[in-house]
Design a protein around this ligand. Structure first.
Ligand SMILES: Nc1ncnc2c1ncn2[C@@H]1O[C@H](COP(=O)(O)OP(=O)(O)OP(=O)(O)O)[C@@H](O)[C@H]1O
Length: 214
């Protein structure tokens, strides 16, 4: 399988604390990498570095063998990052959010009504997002996964606030993505249901430099 994303010897120091050092990983097409670790260990930091939103103190990130920042267009086309806070516009309705987000992402021919139905928000389309529950807002943010063509998804705590149906829906979407040859890097405090070779795990431990694949 071809390598989608690779980090070489990453070190991150925040607020004077070394979160991880010399962290090297590889994620191939058709694989999931679950980043584990306790609160504050540095999981979101790692994802943000890989997404190009933060710089490491040392080390390098490669996408399809190309160094980060060398080709921003390649990066933008091939990666999708969804952070742990749902990035929805509070004053816009769910439908307006989906229109706005898909336009911002440059996605063409997105049927926002269909998307709304897919993520289970039909009937709530006219409410401003700020009047929706946490799980409903999360569903708006995650709707991007149904039109994204990026091979690499980087998702920080995507299951947060979702009910069991939402979690199942998301698992199915992930399965589809990796079946299509996509790659998925995520954090989650909830266990994932996958098993076998397609799921890798890496654990970040605070205070020391213990990192390892399971
Ligand atoms: N903007 C920031 N400036 C300085 N330090 C930060 C900033 N954001 C986070 N940190 C610190 O970096 C460390 C790692 O934070 P991070 O969010 O990566 O942890 P995490 O493993 O994702 O935690 P959680 O499981 O709680 O989401 C924490 O000690 C945090 O205080």
């Amino acid at each position: 399988m071809s390598v989608v994303i690779e980090t070489k010897q990453l070190t991150s120091v925040r607020a004077g604390r070394t979160l991880f050092s010399s962290l090297s990983l590889q994620l191939c097409a058709g694989e999931i990498l679950h980043v584990e670790g306790p609160n504050g260990a540095g999981k979101s930091t790692l994802l943000r570095i890989i997404a190009g939103l933060l710089s490491p103190q040392e080390g390098q990130v490669l996408l399809f063998g190309q160094p980060q920042y060398e080709d921003p267009e390649l990066w933008q086309r091939n990666t999708l990052f969804i952070g742990h806070k749902p990035a929805v516009k509070a004053e816009l309705t769910a439908l307006e959010n989906l229109h706005y987000q898909s336009q911002f992402d440059g996605a063409e021919d997105v049927d926002a009504w269909h998307l709304l139905e897919t993520v289970g928000l039909l009937g709530l389309e006219d409410l401003p997002a700020q009047q929706l529950s946490a799980g409903q807002q999360r569903r708006i943010a995650l709707a991007r996964l149904w039109y994204s063509t990026a091979p690499l998804w980087i998702l920080d705590e995507p299951f947060t606030a979702l009910d069991s149906r939402g979690i199942k829906l998301l698992h199915e979407r992930f399965q589809h993505h990796i079946d299509q040859g996509g790659a998925l890097l995520l954090t989650s405090h909830q266990p994932l249901t996958w098993s076998g070779e397609r799921l890798q795990k890496i654990r970040i431990e605070p205070h020391d430099e213990a990192l390892g694949y399971e």
